[in-house]
Design a protein around this ligand. Structure first.
Ligand SMILES: C[S@@+](CC[C@H](N)C(=O)[O-])C[C@H]1O[C@@H](n2cnc3c(N)ncnc32)[C@H](O)[C@@H]1O
Length: 238
């Protein structure tokens, strides 16, 4: 995926953390997705909808752009401005209580948000998997701990993240949390390559969140954290 096509959409207004388009690009370059226009993809925790725009442009499929903190109205206005309102539908639902039809999505993609709500055993299988079609794909990119620091997030990250430090888990730990089940063919987790570039783009943004992260980058973020990639393949219908 050529991320330079999307430069004009990336700004301090649309960014909510390390460059979400770089994270998305690494996921879809590693696990290319092929869709037909009737397929539906869920972008879960889409924030301002940057990734929803890119998913729509790259796949030509329909996209449901769901987020909790950003209203469907605000995202709807952005999708209209970006010329994708007929392809991308904004929604505002808590990922803990989604109201979709079962087996609706050919793919579910979630960038820099899954760690806020999904970090315990059983979540994926109870709250997410029912909505994914047989033979579907799940791609997730989230900040986490490097494998060698598994289980030490509170000790290592609290000065930066306070009470939210527990959300950062290693690739190994996420693999265990997702687990296995009747409908899961495979789960792969890894430390992503896009870490430095995605962070560089965010630290260059002039807002108080980025500036706060900047203060902790060299001492905490860079030595202990990574971006965790998660690829889940759902079994074909039996
Ligand atoms: C750091 S922002 C990232 C947004 C966007 N994906 C990006 O990378 O720019 C985290 C997002 O997670 C979403 N989120 C957190 N908890 C959620 C929940 N329970 N259900 C749905 N979305 C949630 C928030 O609404 C927020 O927009």
């Amino acid at each position: 995926m050529d991320i330079s096509n999307y430069k004009t959409y990336i700004s301090s207004e649309t960014m909510m953390g390390p460059n979400s388009i770089r994270i998305l690009a690494e996921l879809v370059d590693k696990y290319p997705l092929q869709f037909v226009p009737d397929d539906i993809i869920l972008d879960l925790g889409c924030g301002t909808g940057l990734t929803s725009l890119v998913i729509a442009k790259e796949t030509k499929a329909k996209v449901i752009a769901n987020d909790l903190w950003i209203s469907a109205e605000d995202n709807g206005k952005r999708f209209a401005k970006w010329g994708v309102k007929d392809q991308v539908t904004p929604m505002c639902e808590d990922a803990n209580h989604l109201h979709f039809e079962r087996k609706q999505f050919r793919a579910l993609i979630s960038i820099d948000s899954y760690h806020y709500f999904a970090g315990f055993k059983g979540f994926f299988q109870e709250k997410i998997l029912p909505f994914v079609k047989d033979n579907g794909t799940v791609l997730i990119g989230i900040p986490g701990l490097k494998d060698e620091y598994t289980g030490r997030s509170k000790e290592l990250l609290s000065d930066w993240l306070g009470d939210d430090a527990y959300m950062f888990k290693s690739p190994k730990h996420w693999r265990e949390l997702i687990g296995s089940g009747d409908r899961i063919e495979s789960v792969t987790t890894w430390e992503m390559d896009c870490f430095s570039k995605a962070w560089d783009d965010w630290l260059a943004v002039n807002n108080r969140f980025a500036q706060n992260d900047k203060q902790h980058f060299e001492t905490i973020i860079k030595p202990y954290t990574c971006f965790v990639g998660i690829y889940i393949k759902v079994k074909k219908a039996s």
